[in-house]
Design a binder for this molecule. Structure first.
Ligand code: UDP
Length: 236
């Protein structure tokens, strides 16, 4: 496909979104910017954008194969991909296979407790409010999604979890949890949007028990660049 990158539509914390010559398509460029704590801490990690673009592409392709539609169209460059333009659903959907992160803070519990079947939780995508947890009745009352959409999204997340657990296991990584975002196409069908990368998945190396994900940055563990590089190398 010959597509011309247009103007910058949105500069996010980590990614830049561009218009294209086709109104139904956008280009997402994964930058090397990294941030945590709602932008409180920022840095630049050389090669992160390339790693995130590659992991996202791989997972999106895998999801398509099992019938979970995504916004992925094709790779544009080492750091960018062409995606379908969708109306974003303002929810962050988290899937947990083990207790970790904000879950442990919320309930003051140990990390690493197995969650089976996986826990799926919906949060409002709103930085100013700190992405608060949202029960289904609140989502439907406030019109963020219909009950049918919530049900479908949960099915998509569970299916994605199933294939992602298997994929990352093959790479020697345990998928602890991850976040997905969704959008609606003009025909109202629901697709997975945004990215699925080390920024949005928590992954533990099977051999060393170390995080190979954004937690290295969030928790000042060091070796951030090396972690993004390591996972990119395992894909090859
Ligand atoms: N996550 C994300 N964006 C967010 C919040 C969470 O991608 O704004 C991902 C995060 O990388 C992890 C999972 O969702 O893989 C669960 O995160 P959690 O709720 O435990 O919050 P955190 O520990 O990241 O504050």
């Amino acid at each position: 496909m010959i597509l011309v990158q247009g103007t910058l539509l949105h500069r996010g914390k980590a990614n830049d979104v561009y218009t294209t010559g086709n109104e139904n398509l956008l280009i997402i460029d994964h930058s090397d910017r990294i941030s945590a704590g709602n932008g409180a801490k920022t840095d630049v990690i050389f090669g992160k954008g390339k790693s995130n673009n590659a992991v996202s592409e791989l997972v999106f392709n895998l999801l398509e194969k099992v019938g979970v539609k995504t916004h992925f169209v094709e790779r544009y460059s080492d750091t960018a991909m062409v995606v379908k333009r969708a109306e974003m659903i303002l929810l962050e959907v988290i899937c947990r296979n083990k207790t970790w992160g904000s879950f442990c803070k919320r309930y003051e519990c140990d990390k690493g407790i197995t969650v089976f079947p996986a826990g799926v939780e919906f949060c409002l995508k709103d930085d100013a409010l700190g992405d608060p947890f949202m029960p289904e009745w609140a989502i439907t009352t406030l019109g963020y999604a219909t009950a049918e959409e919530v049900k479908l999204i949960e099915q998509f997340v569970r299916k994605a979890n199933y294939v992602m657990l298997e994929l990352f296991d093959k790479l020697g990584l345990e998928l602890i949890d991850f976040k997905l975002e969704f959008g609606r196409l003009k025909d109202r069908s629901i697709i997975v949007c945004d990215e699925i990368s080390l920024d949005t998945c928590r992954l533990i190396d099977n051999k060393t028990g170390q995080n190979l994900d954004k937690d290295r940055f969030r928790n000042n563990l060091g070796g951030v660049k090396e972690a993004y590089e390591e996972v990119l190398n395992r894909l090859k």
